[in-house]
Design a protein around this ligand. Structure first.
Ligand code: ADP
Ligand code: MG
Length: 236
């Protein structure tokens, strides 16, 4: 394990939805550390809290109980503005690619750089990101002209183009055939290797497991090692 400070550090994270009798605890004292360049895959049945955990890490949801820090910044008690700012340093890849239909692949990636870089520079950064995912020839294609796998790779390019310290991916291969799923997960793995960004990927798709440096399972609100069902706290 690298000596560099972790990109994600979670201690005792619990989360519930609902009030009173409706209250349901989804996460129970979860601990997790993810190092720079590490690809961690978290599986678990539908409804086990994978998306909840990911959205907490991504400052898309406020921490109720426990400590979470991402890229050296504590997430507890952040204002909405501070959460938004933190999200700017994270690359998100969701189950559905969320590309804007009216924009080309290149323009979709450029969108992620708006206001941060001059337009000409943003365009060349977007082209470089698409090229690194083998999509340079598709830069002027609109989402409807792309295959499902190509669309999802454009979404990965959009997440990567800002050189985030962390990529958070939620079921990125869910609706893809085997070849497309392989291309998407290979592109995520390659990005982690090339840029040393950390990746936390939640999925119930076993096709993703080969890229994991570490694979964990969320079940009953707790995180287990994938095979052994050992609480992470007992293995450090
Ligand atoms: P997964 O991603 O593993 O399928 P989720 O984190 O989406 O699981 O959801 C975990 C549980 O919490 C599910 O039972 C879901 O219905 C519930 N849940 C998720 N989001 C909310 C919400 N905003 N309000 C109430 N319940 C929710
Ligand atoms: Mg989910």
């Amino acid at each position: 394990m690298s000596a560099a400070p972790p990109v994600i550090s979670i201690r005792g994270l619990s989360h519930s939805y609902g009030e009173g009798e409706q209250r349901r605890q989804i996460l129970r004292a979860v601990d997790l550390t993810v190092a720079p360049g590490e690809v961690v895959v978290i599986g678990g049945p539908s409804g086990s809290g994978k998306t909840t955990l990911l959205t907490l890490c991504g400052a898309l949801r406020s921490v109720q109980e426990g400590e979470v820090s991402v890229a050296g910044r504590g997430l507890n008690g952040l204002s909405a503005d501070q959460q938004r700012e933190l999200r700017g340093s994270i690359g998100f890849v969701f189950q559905s690619h969320n590309l804007i239909d009216a924009l080309t692949a290149g323009q979709n990636v450029v969108m992620s750089l708006l206001g941060r870089f001059p337009p000409a520079q943003a365009e060349s950064m977007a082209e470089a990101a698409l090229e690194s995912l083998g999509l340079l020839s598709r830069v002027d294609a609109f989402p409807e002209e792309l295959s499902g796998g190509e669309r999802q790779r454009v979404a990965v390019a959009r997440a990567l183009v800002r050189s985030p310290e962390l990529i958070l991916a939620d079921e990125p291969t869910a609706s893809l055939d085997n070849a497309s799923a392989a291309a998407v997960i290979e592109s995520i793995k390659e990005a982690a290797r090339r840029t040393s960004c950390a990746v936390l990927l939640v999925t119930h798709d076993p096709r993703v497991l080969p890229i994991a440096d570490r694979s964990l399972q969320l079940d009953g609100g707790k995180l287990f090692e994938h095979a052994g069902r050992i609480n992470l706290r007992s293995v450090g």
